[in-house]
Design a protein around this ligand. Structure first.
Ligand SMILES: [Zn+2]
Length: 386
């Protein structure tokens, strides 16, 4: 049985999709105003591995990534370049897709620009107002979180802890932690005319509209960086529950740890950003994968080139094993392959799986056989092309 840590229950659970053979996954995608850094790439490498593990078990995956193009940073970049937000979004979305391709991430089958879904957002906001769980205040629309059952459940906060947050500040809010759905008051370079007033749909609502339009009332996995837990995923879950009528519209919430650089969060102002497009000029995608997978996906990684290079001997062993592929797989190696797969089924325990892979390669080096199918299966799951 495939097991995953579910942030909602804070426990490792047996993963059973809503539909028998299909796993629907929504991943919070990039805000398309800059290139992809290693922290972003780690998220997509993790879901690519997850998809490959599920595909290996005969399950199909349907992976949707939203491209956030309604965002002040995108608008600013458009203004700086005297162009439209669509041009900026298209440019950086293309760069994002190229970066994923260089990392051999092949499992994402749907990309959705959130600006294509504004009418869905408007309809959903109207529905929430009709249900009397959302309200207008001085032109903005907010979700009244006091009307949401189990609010705080995914970020594991009590009512008292939630009440300390001051979100989306504006006049007339009923509770300080209420979530903005539609913003009419701030000055934006691009805005949408609506019965709600001319403005922009707010971030959390964008995901809800994209996910619901593509997946309907429920889907299996929602993923993204751990830092998105609150308020983003808490708000998305609340909105989805209210709109779908289901208490559990998303089965499993999977969050990926950060990639730090020099012990700090990557940021342009600190000058410590590791861009994928630069990294790939020096290091092979196989090595980057082995490096990222050498840490458990829920742990943070502090990036170091020394640690990345430390995966080179393993890659060399994999290459050696490739050159020694034979007609049959030795019984001991079959057992190790079984362990390798089991480790990945245990909440994607990649450090353990890579240890086992090293043992497999050493056994092959010492003369034990592995056949082409078994060798290919391992590489296919890890997304490695030796
Ligand atoms: Zn998101």
């Amino acid at each position: 049985m495939f097991k995953l840590f579910n942030s909602f229950s804070s426990s490792i659970e047996d993963f059973v999709p809503f539909e028998k053979n299909l796993v629907k996954v929504f991943i919070c995608g990039p805000t398309v105003y800059d290139y992809t850094h290693l922290g972003h790439a780690r998220i997509f490498l993790t879901y690519d591995l997850l998809a490959r593990c599920l595909n290996d078990q005969g399950l199909e995956t349907d992976i949707l990534v939203n491209m956030t193009d309604i965002n002040q940073n995108v608008f600013n970049k458009a203004k700086e370049n005297s162009t439209t937000y669509q041009d900026i979004a298209k440019f950086y979305a293309t760069a994002f897709v190229n970066d994923l391709e260089t990392l051999h991430i092949q499992s994402i089958n749907r990309l959705a620009y959130v600006s294509d879904y504004v009418s869905n957002m408007e309809k959903q906001i109207h529905t929430l107002i009709q249900k009397q769980v959302a309200y207008m205040a001085h032109g903005n629309v907010y979700l009244d979180i006091s009307k949401v059952k189990n609010y705080g459940k995914i970020s594991h906060q009590t009512k008292e802890q939630l009440s300390l947050h001051r979100l989306d500040i504006g006049p007339g809010k009923k509770n300080p932690e209420d979530i903005m759905l539609w913003n009419c008051t701030d000055d934006f370079d691009f805005s949408w005319k609506s019965e709600l007033g001319e403005g922009i749909p707010w971030w959390h609502m964008q995901d809800t509209a994209v996910a619901m339009e593509n997946f309907g009332k429920n889907y299996d996995i929602h993923g993204g960086a751990r830092e998105l837990l609150y308020p983003h995923h808490e708000a998305h879950l609340a909105q989805y529950q209210l709109l779908s009528g289901s208490d559990v519209p998303v089965k499993t919430w999977v969050h990926v740890g950060l990639v730090l650089s020099g012990g700090e969060k990557m940021s342009k102002s600190l000058g410590n950003v590791v861009w994928v497009r630069d990294l790939i000029k020096t290091y092979d995608q196989n090595l980057i994968r082995l490096y990222i997978f050498s840490k458990h996906y829920r742990d943070d990684i502090d990036f170091s080139e020394k640690d990345l290079l430390a995966k080179k001997p393993l890659m060399d062993l994999i290459q050696l094993a490739k050159s020694r592929v034979s007609d049959n797989t030795n019984e001991d190696i079959s057992k190790l392959i079984h362990n390798f797969i089991q480790s990945l089924h245990d909440d994607l325990d990649t450090p353990m799986a890579l240890d086992t892979l090293e043992k497999i390669c050493i056994e092959v080096k010492n003369g034990k056989g592995i056949n082409q199918n078994d060798f290919n299966r391992i590489c296919e799951i890890l997304g490695i092309i030796p």
